[in-house]
Design a protein around this ligand. Structure first.
Ligand code: ATP
Length: 396
């Protein structure tokens, strides 16, 4: 339908980006990116009208986002050539053709397009992307790619780790030269940070960090950030517990990247702030810094001889879940920590306010205190059910 409408408007429409790569690889990808040769915004508005979809447009970038009635999102862009006034600056946008649009992309494997307007399904492969997918290679499209956008070095690492691809020989050399020249420091830090967050949100964080280490892509941000084997093994363990969290943590949601950020903040704590050095926004930085500060105390209590469940609960429930997961690689008491994640963290007071009212108590300020008292007895294993709880109330 997109193709038909485009054709009737005298435009060309292409499906582009990661989705083509993932279709070829047989991976799931729900990001639909369309490029229009013509006016992407006019097209998006027209398509939205026909499909009764919601549309948001961004005049400056000549892009639009559609949200279809079933909730599906479609991003529509205008084929464009971008040039950069300064390395790392925001691109200046001009209309042009699909080939130039694809040429500004990061890697050959992401620079494939599928025709939608004519000969539906025809693949455009100007830069050998198909072959690179077959040979499992991450390759940039031209020599100046990393100068145009240094964040692509971090993207190269992410795609290599995620897809299990190698970085092509020439591309490998270009990264090394770019790091040597200190090009990374010409980019707004937050853009680097966003790519690091992507890396932390993908699987294989450890192998990503091995690559970041070998290219010195972290150290180039701050000379004190030396990734060594000890740090890599902590990252590995953190990744393990983050994965298990999908089981342990039940309905509790985490921001996955923060687990690694807290861990690294703690590990580099004495010499520098990891999150600040890699460009974290203020909100993330504050969260990560404050949470990492709580780690030693929590670990102290967790490691105490004969510690009981109540003490564990009281120490750990004060810390955001991401911080507790970050503590996992650091603590010797892993079993206790898992016990907290599996069991203690999910405990709830047996007695609620409405139970107290049923028992004839008048709602009062001390309800909270009573409920809490009983909850403590529960954690100590002294109260196991409601009957025992009621008995406890009567006795006290
Ligand atoms: P993911 O599935 O992780 O979202 P993706 O390939 O869709 O992977 P995005 O970061 O969503 O990656 O980017 C979408 C597309 O936009 C990419 O396939 C790539 O062609 C292009 N792109 C994104 N960032 C850059 C960049 N910094 N430089 C050049 N092209 C980029």
């Amino acid at each position: 339908e997109i193709g038909e409408l485009a054709k009737s408007m005298g435009y060309n429409a292409y499906l582009v980006g990661g989705i083509i790569r993932d279709i070829i690889l047989g991976w799931e990808n729900l990001d639909i990116d369309i490029v229009i040769e013509g006016d992407g915004i006019v097209f998006a508005k027209e398509f939205a009208k026909i499909k009764q979809a919601k549309v948001a447009t961004h005049e400056r970038f000549k892009t639009a986002t559609l949200v279809m009635k079933d909730g599906m999102r479609i991003d529509i862009a205008t084929a464009r050539e971008e040039y950069y006034d300064l390395p790392g600056a925001l691109p200046v946008v001009e209309k042009s053709s699909i080939k130039l649009d694809l040429y500004r992309r990061d890697f050959t494997i992401n620079a494939l397009a599928m025709k939608l307007h004519d000969e539906f399904g025809d693949l455009l492969d100007f830069f050998g992307g198909l072959n690179d997918i077959k040979n499992k290679k991450i390759r940039v499209l031209h020599m100046l790619s990393f100068v145009d956008d240094p964040t692509r070095m971090y993207r190269a690492v992410r795609f290599a780790a995620r897809l299990g691809f190698d970085i092509g020989q020439q591309t490998d050399r270009l990264i090394k030269v770019a790091v040597e020249l200190g090009i990374v420091n010409k980019v707004e830090k937050i853009r680097i940070f966003n790519e690091i967050v992507h890396i932390l949100n993908n699987d294989n964080v450890k192998s990503s960090f091995e690559m970041l280490k070998s290219y010195r892509l972290i150290r180039t941000l701050d000379n004190k950030l030396i990734i060594d084997d000890r740090i890599l093994s902590y990252i590995d363990e953190a990744e393990e517990i983050v994965k298990s969290c999908s089981i342990f943590c039940k309905n509790k949601k985490i921001k996955r990247e923060r687990v690694f950020l807290i861990l690294l903040e703690y590990l580099f704590g004495k010499s520098t702030s990891f999150s600040k050095a890699v460009g974290a926004d203020d909100q993330t930085y504050e969260f990560v810094k404050n949470t990492s500060k709580k780690i030693p105390i929590a670990n102290g209590i967790l490691s105490k001889k004969n510690v009981n469940d109540l003490e564990i609960y009281e120490a750990l429930s004060k810390i955001p879940l991401e911080g507790i997961l970050a503590l996992y690689p650091l603590t010797k008491e892993k079993e206790r920590l898992i016990r907290y994640l599996e069991d203690l963290m999910h405990r709830e007071p047996i007695i609620k306010g409405k139970d107290l009212i049923k028992l004839g108590f008048k709602p009062s300020k001390i309800f909270g205190q009573m409920i809490n008292d009983i909850f403590k007895q529960q954690l100590l294993g002294k109260i196991k059910d409601k009957i025992e709880a009621i008995k406890y109330i009567e006795e006290n």
